[in-house]
Design a protein. Structure first.
Length: 468
């Protein structure tokens, strides 16, 4: 009798533990993995309604149709109007290869369906939906085209945005790929060593080099106890490691403004140890280092791991955007915009509106302040320094006639041996309408020579052509 009772207790215990394990397992996926599974481009549930619903169109801010669907036999065919121009923004929607870009992350909106739940499934059966919603983007097709022509043939990215509203006017990543003939060229595209499928603007992590000095300069302004003056002899030894200025040039007696204007490495290396890694780290985190930038597409987190830095050499290298510091081009555009916007970091926007087939606005993106990166006085002080960078410093190639430009150049060393060329900036400096971030991956040149002229061109073009 006792044996039977023990056997029953053991069986019940095993069944109970199995049941609990299943509950924990299912709960884990519901809480932590549901979004990733839902947005997996190979999730078959994404295709359930594709045959019966006319997928919505994707348009730029001025009504140019970028992607649309039309009836073809018993199903719908997706069409893309501009080849490779929007391959990383619009993405693609192919049954054979899944989905990417906005086609993936706004799939439910484009099909006008709700998340799959028992109630919604019944609703879809009772009141079947046949037409999806349209996406209206903040992108300006002409500015996107101009940015793409500027970077053609160069690896890298150009991000153009409104610093006060957060609207993205252009977001280009190169190399790209032609969405329209993806079927014919998938093998070649997916195996390309230059990784054209990666959206470098939001998924590329780069050493920022000297463009990061604007963060260190902001930290300096918040630490009034450090000695602002410095005598640059062209090199600085930290714990036995010798850091050098570009081409070993000595700048002589210099202060914070002069150091940013001339991009003096050794000034920031020396002063970073006085300012402290925690102060620099906290400033960087206000500009979304070490956290996710909220955006319409997934953005990799920029990295400034100051809490893990244990040596002065690590802190010194990080202060000039080298070492363990990595950043996305979108994040650098956010930093430039924050400085332009009196320190307020505005949420970047790519999808302006979700609209029904009848023109009813279902959702509209509003301006949202994400953080106060630096106080207005500090932001304006950095802005004045950046204006001087373009007037007389390393960014003179970004000058625009009759327009005051604020900017910062960067030349970042990396493992390939070929420098990344950077430029961030905004214009007009006294009433900013456009902010830019440009990185030319492994360009081998300097930011002042290679990236600044592109910034000048795209800022001028945007100021002259953008429609509110």
């Amino acid at each position: 009798m006792n044996k039977e009772i023990k056997r029953i207790i053991i069986i019940l215990t095993v069944l109970c533990m199995t049941f609990i394990s299943l509950i924990v397992y299912i709960s884990y996926f519901q809480i932590f993995k549901a979004s990733a599974i839902k947005n997996n481009s190979y999730n078959k549930r994404l295709w359930i309604n594709e045959q019966t619903i006319l997928r919505g169109s994707i348009l730029d801010r001025n009504g140019n149709v970028l992607a649309y669907s039309e009836k073809e036999g018993d199903s719908y065919k997706r069409n893309y109007n501009y080849g490779s121009l929007y391959s990383h923004i619009v993405g693609y929607s192919y049954r054979e290869y899944g989905k990417s870009g906005l086609e993936l992350y706004y799939n439910n909106s484009l099909l006008n369906i709700s998340d799959s739940t028992p109630i919604n499934e019944i609703k879809n059966i009772v009141i079947p939906n046949t037409t999806g919603n349209n996406l209206v983007l903040t992108i300006d097709h002409n500015i996107q085209s101009r940015a793409r022509s500027l970077i053609d043939g160069k690896k890298g990215s150009i991000v153009v945005m409104n610093p006060t509203t957060g609207e993205i006017y252009a977001m280009v990543s190169y190399p790209d790929f032609n969405i329209s003939n993806l079927n014919e060229n998938w093998k070649e595209i997916s195996e390309d060593m230059e990784s054209p499928l990666i959206n470098r603007a939001i998924q590329g992590l780069y050493a920022p080099g000297s463009v990061f000095k604007v963060i260190t300069a902001m930290a300096a302004l918040e630490n009034s106890s450090y000695e602002t003056q410095y005598n640059c002899i062209g090199s600085e030894k930290i714990e036995g490691y010798v850091f050098k200025d570009y081409e070993g040039k000595a700048h002589g007696p210099i202060d914070l403004k002069g150091a940013l204007v001339k991009s003096c490495n050794t000034y920031f290396i020396n002063k970073s140890l006085e300012i402290g890694k925690d102060t620099i780290g906290k400033i960087s985190e206000r500009f979304f280092f070490n956290s996710r930038i909220p955006f319409d597409l997934p953005v990799k987190s920029s990295q400034f791991p100051y809490k893990e830095m244990t040596t002065d050499v690590e802190v010194a290298a990080a202060s000039i955007g080298q070492g363990k510091v990595l950043v996305t081009p979108l994040n650098m555009a956010l930093i430039a915009s924050g400085i332009a916007n009196e320190g307020e970091v505005v949420k970047p926007i790519l999808v302006k509106e979700i609209v029904t087939k009848d023109g009813k606005v279902l959702k509209q993106s509003d301006i949202e302040i994400l953080s106060q990166g630096i106080n207005p006085l500090g932001a304006n002080t950095i802005k004045d320094m950046m204006v001087e960078v373009v007037k007389s410093g390393t960014g003179v190639n970004a000058k625009i006639k009759n327009v005051t430009v604020a900017g910062k150049t960067g030349t970042a060393e990396n493992s390939s041996g070929k420098n990344h060329a950077w430029f961030i900036g905004f214009a007009p400096a006294d009433n900013p309408k456009v902010a830019v971030s440009i990185v030319l991956e492994e360009d081998g040149s300097t930011g002042g020579k290679a990236a600044a002229p592109l910034a000048r061109d795209i800022m001028l073009y945007t100021i002259e052509n953008i429609k509110d």
